[in-house]
Design a binder for this molecule. Structure first.
Ligand code: SF4
Length: 161
């Protein structure tokens, strides 16, 4: 290392330290400035804790086989429940495209999907998570007319009424 490069390194090191001490921006503010254009929103610690449980799908197809509401979904908008953990939730900036899919998913018994899933994907919590993240991106809620969320269980009920 030459003397010149050492001086430059020292200069930038102390300049960075000084900026950290004098900057009034919080980490969240800086995060927003850096990533808003990429449509990435900050996560809560609860979100971070939940994320691993959403990503263990092994593509066995059991949830697609037991889903009980295909007759009430639009097949062009909903192929099967496994699309959610397997593909659609992999890109956080695209969550505002998911409420339509989740609206169809909620027509079925999400608890039954959780019971058969060998990877223990928590479909009810995943649907709530997707809704919340989609709303942060400006999407309308996924609930279909006649559906009510039971907050105590995080599960919706379909009223075919
Ligand atoms: S049952 Fe679970 S592991 Fe199997 S495809 Fe569905 S979400 Fe994935």
């Amino acid at each position: 290392m030459t003397l010149g490069s050492l001086v430059r390194l020292g200069y930038f090191f102390f300049r960075q330290l000084l900026r950290r001490v004098t900057s009034r921006k919080s980490g969240l503010l800086q995060f927003g400035e850096n990533y808003d254009a990429d449509r990435l929103r900050p996560m809560t610690s609860e979100d971070r804790a939940q994320l691993p449980s959403f990503s263990g799908c092994i593509a066995c197809g059991m949830c697609d086989a037991v889903f009980d509401a295909y007759d009430r979904t639009a097949r062009g908008e909903f192929r099967g429940p496994s699309d959610l953990p397997l593909a659609y939730t992999r890109n956080l900036p695209d969550y505002d495209a998911l409420p339509t899919f989740v609206k169809h998913l909620r027509k079925g018994d999400l608890e039954a999907l959780e019971r058969v899933c060998p990877a223990r994907i928590p479909f009810r919590r995943l649907a709530v998570f997707v809704d919340r993240r989609a709303a942060e991106l400006g999407a309308a809620p996924s609930l279909a007319a006649g559906q009510v969320i039971d907050p105590a269980r995080g599960r919706d009920k379909h009223d075919p009424g």
